[in-house]
Ligand binder design. Structure first.
Ligand code: C5P
Length: 211
């Protein structure tokens, strides 16, 4: 497996997706949004009217559904039992329940395996919470993106989303399995006061120093 991974982790609405997309475009890598995978499973749980706090029922569901992950050459793609859930992944219901679903170890086990599979066929910039700590701990390329909570809430409401980033961050940081942490070897990049272009330039400088 000679493919490389750049790991971009950080809290909700810190600018990870914007950064990962820009790096993927500039460096010619595939951008993988691992949050979309947790959101897709959450969508399926809600679609099947399963109580998201019923871990046994969620485990049973995850054991029987087929999750296909791929990419279109630039971005990751996902389908569950043949359905592309992308249009539904940023709903208020998914935002409110995704942290509970992603705290279930069997959900993570299944999705982490699919995330690692990407390196069988391509180079990736993968963004999430545990990419540098759990999914690709051996990669030298790790950035932890942060921004002040007020900046993050503002960015998210600018996107027109109903989402409490503090509630999700508290749950994602305090869970037992693969909590949000600054991975060993990661460089922290605070984007609160940076323009998008400034943040991308800073990230490229970090990656050069890490490589
Ligand atoms: O990145 P995004 O905000 O879309 O992620 C949605 C949720 O998915 C996070 O709040 C977290 O609960 C979960 N997640 C995770 N591990 C990842 C990526 C996302 O637990 N690597």
């Amino acid at each position: 497996m000679n493919h490389h991974a750049i790991a971009i982790d950080g809290p909700a609405a810190s600018g990870k997706s914007t950064m990962a997309r820009a790096l993927a475009e500039r460096l010619g890598l595939v951008m993988v949004n691992s949050g979309a995978m947790y959101r897709a499973v959450t969508w399926k749980v809600l679609e099947e009217k399963i109580n998201p706090t019923d871990a046994a029922a969620v485990r049973e569901l995850v054991g029987r559904i087929r999750i296909d992950c791929g990419h279109d050459g630039t971005f990751s793609t996902i389908s569950i039992d043949g359905v592309d859930p992308t249009p539904f992944l940023r709903s208020a219901e998914v935002n409110a329940n995704v942290s509970a679903i992603s705290a279930i170890p069997e959900v993570r086990e299944k999705l982490v395996a699919l995330q690692r599979d990407y390196l069988k066929s391509t180079h990736v910039v993968m963004e999430g919470r545990d990419i540098g700590s759990v999914v690709f701990p051996e990669t030298p390329f790790k950035i932890y993106i942060d921004a002040d909570p007020s900046v993050r809430n503002h960015r998210r409401s600018d996107d027109g989303e109903v989402d409490s980033v503090e509630t999700r961050d508290a749950a994602d940081s305090s869970r037992t399995t693969a909590p949000l942490v600054i991975a060993d070897g990661a460089t922290v990049l605070d984007t609160s006061k940076l323009s998008i272009e400034g943040a991308i330039k800073a990230a490229i400088d970090i990656l050069r120093a890490q490589g």
